[in-house]
Design a protein around this ligand. Structure first.
Ligand code: GAR
Length: 213
């Protein structure tokens, strides 16, 4: 018998190393970028074992881009207006994220519909955050839809992205009461406070399964 290392212990030390290695994530954002920054701050606090390799924004100069520049995180601008169609934009997204070697992509306030090219490029590894308790109030202006419907509880959802809009498997949700005094701005604000906790938690929750597969 040789004196080499036991293969079982190699496997377990490789597994441990993989578990400690920060998850390489890419983020997509269109607006002010508070969810993007919540991810970055969770990483800085040590609450999320990840590394944001790249932010892609579709609105030049948006808040998310400014936050990335302040935080020293790489940011690419892919203006949807100069792409021929959704497929062309998503091909570019895919190629930027592959070049940055990201393992998982998070849509943190990405206000464009994504196509199968992007979804299939990150199977089970493309997440979206939406400001309602899905399956209620899919699509645009979920907060306005909740107010118009008169619901007393709304919230936010993190889910895996599939080709049907806001319909993929739910990963995590948080409920937010709708107060009599709420308007669009106040309800949005209170939902976002929950989003900022939920999104890093959802990534942490899925990490073991991504590590395995
Ligand atoms: C977030 O509230 C997010 O849930 C929502 O956009 C906001 C982005 O805010 N996303 C959607 O409505 C997607 N359908 P942020 O730019 O401050 O993170």
């Amino acid at each position: 018998m040789g004196q080499g290392p036991n293969p079982a212990s190699i496997n377990s030390s490789q597994r441990k190393k993989a578990e400690q290695t920060p998850l390489r994530i890419g983020v997509m954002a269109s607006g002010s970028g508070t969810n993007f920054e919540a991810l970055a701050q969770a990483i800085l606090r040590g609450d999320l074992n990840a590394d944001i390799r790249l932010l892609v924004v579709n609105n030049p100069g948006c808040g998310a881009q400014q936050r990335a520049e302040r935080l020293g995180i790489d940011v690419d601008v892919l203006d949807h207006r100069v792409h021929q169609d959704r497929e062309a934009l998503d091909r570019q997204l895919l190629s930027r994220f592959h070049a940055a070697a990201v393992e998982v992509v998070v849509m943190a306030g990405w206000m464009r519909i994504v196509t199968d090219g992007l979804i299939e490029g990150f199977p089970g590894r493309l997440l979206n955050i939406h400001p309602s308790l899905l399956p209620s109030f899919r699509g645009l202006d979920a907060v306005g839809q909740a107010l118009a419907a008169g619901v007393r509880i709304s919230g936010c959802t993190v889910h895996l992205v599939t080709s049907e809009l806001d319909s993929g498997p739910i990963v995590a949700q948080a409920a937010v009461p709708v107060l009599e005094t709420d308007d669009h701005a106040s309800l949005t604000r209170r939902i976002q406070v929950e989003e900022h906790k939920l999104l890093p938690m959802a990534l942490t929750k899925l990490m073991p399964q991504w590590r395995q597969g």
